[in-house]
Design a protein around this ligand. Structure first.
Ligand SMILES: [Zn+2]
Length: 310
C-alpha cells in the first residue's frame, strides 16, 4: 500500500483506490490522457511526410504541391480538433462517481448564491415597506420578511459550514501521506517526515485562524467544524511527539544497542499501527450528511416558508 496523488485534483489516496473521493474520477493515479490531441496530428504528419518522401524519391508520383500542402493543413486542423474532442470526452467519461466532494462543493456554492439572491430580494421589499405608510398590513409583512431572512441566513451559515467541512477533510487528507508508515522510518526518514509534519501543522493553524476569526465559528455548525479541525491538530501534536520519540530512539541506538527509556517513551505516546486519518470515510460521512441538508432545504422551499409573496 502506497499513497498516490490524484492526477486530476491532487487528493491523496491509496494506490489500490479505483475512484477519487474528491473529484470522482476513475483511475485517479493515472495521468489524465491528453494523448489523442497529440497523437492524431502526429499520425497525420507522419502520413503526409511519408507521401512527400515517396514523391521525392520516385519521379513517377508527381503531385500538385499546392493541393498537397493545403490538404495537409486542413487534415492537421481537423486532427487537432478531433483529438482534443476525444480527450475531453474521455476525461468526462472518467468521472464515474455521483457522490464526490467537488460535486457537492459546486452545489454548495450554487445554494449560497441562490440564498444571497433571495436575501437581496427581501431587502428590496423591505425598503418599499419602510418608505410606505405604517399600516397593520405593512407591519405584518415586515415580520414575515424578518422571519424569512432569519431562516435564509441560518441556511447560508449551514451551507458555509459545509464548505468548511470540505476544507477540513482536504486538510486532513494532506496529513495521510505524512503519517503513512511512519513507524518504519529510519533516522533520515524521521527528519524528512518531521519537516512535512511541521508544514502540515502550520497550514492547519492558519486554517484554524481563518475559521475562528469568522462569526460562523460561533454557530453550532461552525463550532462543530472548528472542533473537528482542533482534534486533527491534536493528533498532529501526538504524532509530533511519537515521531520525535522514534527519532530519539534511532539516534540513541547508534550509541547503545538497547535503550529501554527511549523505547518506553515511544510506547507512552500510545500510537498504534492504525492510520490516524482516514479521509476516505470522512468523505462518505460528509456526502450523506450533505444529502440530508439538501433535502431539508428543499422541504423548506416546498413549504414556502422562504417565499416573499403574500
Ligand atoms: Zn481526484
Amino acid at each position: 500500500m502506497k499513497y498516490v496523488k490524484c492526477q486530476y485534483c491532487g487528493f491523496f489516496l491509496l494506490d489500490s483506490e479505483r475512484v477519487c473521493p474528491d473529484c470522482g474520477h476513475r483511475n485517479p493515479a493515472k495521468p489524465p490522457s491528453a494523448a489523442w490531441g497529440v497523437m492524431l496530428p502526429f499520425l497525420a504528419l507522419l502520413v503526409y511526410l511519408f507521401v512527400y518522401i515517396i514523391t521525392l524519391l520516385s519521379p513517377e508520383y508527381r503531385i500538385n504541391l499546392l493541393w498537397f500542402f493545403s490538404s495537409f493543413l486542413g487534415v492537421m486542423i481537423a486532427a487537432i480538433i478531433a483529438g482534443r474532442k476525444i480527450d475531453k470526452l474521455q476525461r468526462k467519461d472518467k468521472i464515474v462517481s455521483k457522490k464526490y466532494l467537488s460535486g457537492d462543493e459546486a452545489n454548495i456554492h450554487k445554494r449560497i448564491d441562490e440564498i444571497k439572491n433571495r436575501i437581496e430580494k427581501l431587502s428590496t421589499v423591505r425598503t418599499n415597506i419602510k418608505e410606505g405608510k405604517k399600516s397593520e398590513k405593512m407591519k405584518s409583512m415586515l415580520v414575515l420578511l424578518d422571519n424569512a431572512e432569519e431562516m435564509l441566513l441560518k441556511y447560508e451559515g449551514k451551507y458555509r459550514a459545509e464548505l468548511w467541512k470540505i476544507g477540513v477533510i482536504r486538510y486532513k487528507n494532506t496529513l495521510e501521506p505524512v503519517e503513512h508508515d511512519w513507524q518504519k522510518l529510519d533516522y533520515q526518514g524521521c527528519i524528512d517526515r518531521m519537516k512535512d509534519l511541521k508544514d502540515a501543522i502550520s497550514r492547519g493553524e492558519a486554517l484554524k485562524t481563518t475559521q475562528t476569526t469568522d462569526p460562523l465559528s460561533k454557530t453550532r455548525e461552525g463550532k462543530e467544524v472548528v472542533r473537528e479541525l482542533a482534534s486533527a491538530l491534536k493528533i498532529c501534536d501526538q504524532f509530533f511527539e511519537g515521531l520525535t520519540a522514534r527519532q530519539a530512539k534511532l539516534a540513541i541506538k547508534d550509541i547503545s544497542p538497547v535503550d529501554e527509556t527511549a523505547k518506553k517513551k515511544e510506547l507512552e505516546t500510545g500510537m498504534d499501527d492504525n492510520s490516524l486519518f482516514n479521509t476516505q470515510s470522512d468523505v462518505s460521512t460528509f456526502v450523506s450528511a450533505f444529502e440530508e441538508l439538501e433535502s431539508e432545504f428543499d422541504r423548506l422551499e416546498a413549504e414556502e416558508k422562504l417565499s416573499v409573496t403574500e
